[in-house]
Write a protein that binds this ligand. Structure first.
Ligand code: GDG
Length: 464
């Protein structure tokens, strides 16, 4: 068996034990088992005047972590520009926030070329390459241009947009042509895959077989749905052994009130101001709940150099201020807002302590927090998950109270149902969800994808 080569925009530090999110947990496990390389941006930025960016490599448990710095211009155009001010908002159906600059598109392709140039000499003939996410769509095509003939898979962590929205992109045709360089293209949900295939058929006139094979731009690619998940067993364990001091502080500060918890990267796709407004509406409609609960919002800052992310920070603080100002009292405020990251093990404990988990993104590829909330619960006294219908996770977590995050009254109603739900119903809703997550964990996600990629040549050979 050849090595696995993973490429993602950012990569965890070698040896870092608990980096947040499912992606790094799953990939590290697979890479350490199979041996391999993990390539990505170091996170460091060099002045534009630097002559050549040299990769750095360090080895840890069977894996070579190869990182490269970006120049200031690369960061502006590739990361803060095309990836996060064009692709991210558009793929999350926020066309109003989308900014296209020709310069950014060029920068996006330039960084993808750089990654390909660094990777090419490291690849051995039987290696399998797995590229991750919207930052790196053209990487496969760049690698093919440099003569790489290995199997290459691509997984999109965010949703694929509706075809009319995707075609707003000035370079939409080039991007999908780039995707055809991959042997396997994976999506989080069937609806993302359907959007992509509809676009291929209707807009590009490409052939999509009933067997999930796409014939486009002279190549055949396999298309599939691979819902990402969490390391369920590890998270269940985490939640049972939280940091004692933090839990004691929390318990003391709740003074017997119920906890409702939300955890999101501070991002406009996560629906945080709408959710806070819904808490306000809930308190207005059902005053009997005043002073009976605390809604804790944890939202670590992200992408702070992008103007829309400064706006969302202000919007959340204002929404929380409004609701607290209207309903708070001298001894109680409904919303507590923490604007920084907290340790993973503490997070698991907090999720377990929360009677209600509120996960209401406006649009989300999957949303791992929803799955983490379920995994953290006490089987004998589980809480209730309030989950947006627009999170990929809603396709799997059927025991959640599914809400429309744009419908403030509907969310307020769901909060009431959640707070009042009897133990028997909570258990009945929780059981199938935890059983599902124990079966479909992140290691299975990883092996399902890699297995599908390894079957690729057999199937495409048969098809051609
Ligand atoms: C993208 C897609 C898709 C959050 N705050 C803290 C913290 N976190 C952890 C969570 C979770 C992860 O970060 C966030 O993952 P999500 O899936 O919720 O969201 P994105 O960051 O937008 O991820 C998403 C995902 O990729 C994977 O494919 O599901 O749809 O948008 O694990 O727990 N972790 C710690 N402290 C925090 O304060 N330690």
């Amino acid at each position: 068996m050849g090595r696995l080569i993973a490429v993602s925009n950012r990569i965890p530090k070698p040896g870092e034990r608990y980096s947040p999110g499912g992606l790094s947990v799953a990939l590290r496990h697979a890479l350490e088992k199979q041996g391999g390389i993990w390539l990505g941006w170091s996170g460091d930025v060099q002045p534009n005047s630097v002559a050549e960016l040299k990769p750095r490599s360090s080895r840890w448990k069977n894996v070579d972590y190869v990182t490269v710095d970006l120049t200031q211009r690369d960061e502006d155009e590739y990361y803060n520009g095309f990836a996060n001010r064009a692709l991210w908002p558009l793929f999350h159906h926020r066309s109003g926030l989308t900014e296209f600059a020709r310069r950014d598109i060029a920068g996006y392709y330039r960084v993808n070329e750089t990654f390909a140039r660094i990777l090419q000499p490291l690849v051995r003939p039987d290696d399998v390459i797995w590229v991750h996410d919207y930052h790196l769509i053209p990487l496969g095509a760049e690698l093919r241009r440099l003569g790489i003939r290995n199997r290459i898979g691509f997984f999109l962590h965010i949703p694929w947009p509706a075809p009319e929205l995707f075609s707003i992109l000035p370079n939409h045709a080039r991007l999908v042509a780039n995707l055809s360089s991959y042997d396997l293209i994976g999506f989080q949900t069937k609806s993302s895959m359907d959007n992509f295939l509809y676009y291929q058929r209707e807009e590009m006139n490409n052939h999509v077989g009933a067997d999930g094979l796409l014939e486009a731009f002279g190549r055949i690619s396999k298309i599939g749905v691979f819902p990402i998940s969490i390391d369920t067993a590890e998270f269940e364990e985490f939640a049972k052994t939280p940091h004692g001091t933090m839990m004691r502080r929390l318990e003391r500060s709740l003074e017997g009130r119920t906890l409702a918890l939300s955890v999101d990267r501070l991002d406009y796709s996560k629906g945080i101001p709408q959710r806070i407004d819904a808490i306000g509406r809930f308190l207005e409609l059902y005053p009997q709940f005043r002073n009976r609960f605390i809604a804790l919002q944890i939202a670590p800052r992200s992408r702070e150099k992008i103007p829309e992310y400064c706006d969302i920070n202000r919007d959340v603080a204002e929404a929380a201020g409004r609701v607290n100002g209207t309903f708070g009292d001298i001894d109680w405020v409904p919303i507590r807002y923490i604007n920084r990251s907290i340790a993973r093990q503490s997070l698991a404990g907090l999720l377990r302590a929360a009677r209600v988990g509120i996960v209401t993104p406006l649009r989300d590829g999957m949303n791992l927090v929803a799955k983490e909330y379920v995994a953290a619960q006490d089987e004998n006294n589980p809480g209730v998950l309030v989950l947006s219908r627009f999170a990929g996770a809603a396709r799997e977590l059927r025991g959640a109270l599914i809400v429309n995050p744009y419908d403030i009254d509907g969310m307020a109603q769901a909060f009431k149902t959640a707070f009042e739900m009897p133990l028997e119903e909570r258990i009945a809703r929780f059981r199938p969800m935890i059983e599902h997550l124990r079966k479909f964990h992140v290691h299975r996600w990883c092996s399902d994808f890699l297995e599908a990629l390894s079957e690729y040549q057999i199937e495409t050979a048969l098809a051609s």
